[in-house]
Design a protein around this ligand. Sequence first.
Ligand code: AMP
Length: 143
Amino acid sequence: MTVARILAVKGRDVFTTQPHRTLQETARLLHDKGVGALVVTGADGAVLGIISERDLVRALAERGAVALDDAVSRHMTSDVFTTTSGVCIIDIMERMTQSRFRHVPVVEDGRLAGLVSIGDVVKHRIAEIETEHRALRDYIATA
Ligand code: AMP
């Protein structure tokens, strides 16, 4: 199963922010949208970074409440691992586990085209395993 399959089910909308926005605005958006990370984009739709709830917690722990007025650019991760639609979900799972992050933006033609979270990956992988399991049981029952 590929990234394209996940996006076909969940859609391609991604909640984004910009580098000059504040952490206060980031916290509000994460809360309002019920998500764990925002992709930081430029005017041309290019991925400039990612900021997740972990970055917010780290900023608050290190700098206290003044961090809420800091710009997103100060606390985001700039070296973002991205993927494309044709990549296999198992490869994304492996990378998420190795690098300990839960969000992977999907980029097509240099622009943000979706986002895959650990929740999406686990959900689809379980469905895939259940389908294989059922097929094997049916095969054994009829053999
Ligand atoms: P997460 O587990 O996604 O909340 O993120 C944990 C840490 O990894 C945070 O510092 C994020 O900024 C960073 N991070 C999240 N997603 C990615 C990604 N796709 N590439 C690189 N860093 C990431």
